[in-house]
Write a new protein. Structure first.
Length: 260
């Protein structure tokens, strides 16, 4: 048996605002450490924010772009892993023949839980302060299992998926029930009822949660002024943003930044 260290499998990368594209023979997972990455897979745009991850299947051509100052953790996975390893908890049921396109992009765009985000912070510090490929391989193995064990959210029907995509494409936009209901081709009252049945929360609560996820990433990982973060998260009033942030995380943005 060879005693050579395993190849590097975790990277911190940045991208440019000019779209680039490629494919690779292995599965890859991209996780924003700051900001958002815009990806095109299967001719569909995915906007992946802090607090989320995207799984890129092997041999799938994909395009990507992001602001140059945003950073991303990239996991290159062993070729022994197939997509079913990550989609096995999907309520739709994914069989082993994942290359038969028995999944949608929404299956590949996943939310991360708190413990996984905390471990990702540890990985980021490890990668920027040390260079031990054996430790990196162990971190990759644990992070792979954390992501594969996440409960797969229920996949909503196409009407609600369109709405989610609209919200995620511009979380700062002044989304209202009437305009989102129009996207879903439902009346406002029908839309709220269907949305809550599908996702377990009302549309405005979903928007607030997504805005707070983005705000947390910007607070912890950038030096942007609070007023700019509030604006990028859809708040025209800084005091209103601070109140909402404190209600969500039990700390003001400034205190969260100081304590991080």
């Amino acid at each position: 048996m060879s005693n050579a260290p395993p190849p590097q499998c975790l990277f911190i990368r940045t991208y440019g605002q000019q779209p680039k594209g490629h494919s690779h023979r292995h599965l890859q997972i991209t996780i924003p450490l700051t900001g958002t990455i815009n990806m095109i897979m299967n001719d569909e745009v995915l906007n992946v924010h802090y607090g989320e991850a995207v799984i890129i299947p092997s041999h799938m051509f994909h395009q990507f772009k992001a602001q140059e100052d945003f950073r991303f953790l990239v996991m290159d996975l062993p070729q022994t892993l197939n997509l079913n390893h990550f989609l096995r908890n999907n309520s739709q049921g994914i069989n082993d023949n994942y290359q038969a396109n028995n999944y949608k992009n929404s299956d590949l765009h996943i939310p991360l839980d708190e413990k996984t985000l905390l471990f990702i912070q540890f990985i980021e510090k490890q990668l920027t302060t040390a260079g031990n490929t054996t430790i990196e391989a162990l971190m990759l193995e644990l992070l792979t299992e954390l992501i594969s064990s996440l409960d797969r959210p229920y996949r909503p029907d196409s009407r609600i998926t369109k709405v989610i995509n609209r919200i995620d494409q511009d979380i700062a936009a002044p989304h209202c029930i009437a305009s989102l209901a129009e996207v879903a081709c439902l009346s406002p009252s029908q839309f709220k009822a269907v949305f809550k049945h599908q996702l377990g929360c009302l549309p405005n609560d979903y928007i607030t949660e997504k805005r707070m996820q983005k705000a947390l990433g910007l607070i912890l990982n950038t030096d942007l002024p609070i007023a700019i973060i509030a604006e990028q998260c859809g708040y025209r009033s800084v005091p209103a943003f601070i109140r909402r942030f404190k209600q969500t995380y039990n700390q003001t943005p400034n205190k969260m930044r100081i304590n991080s």
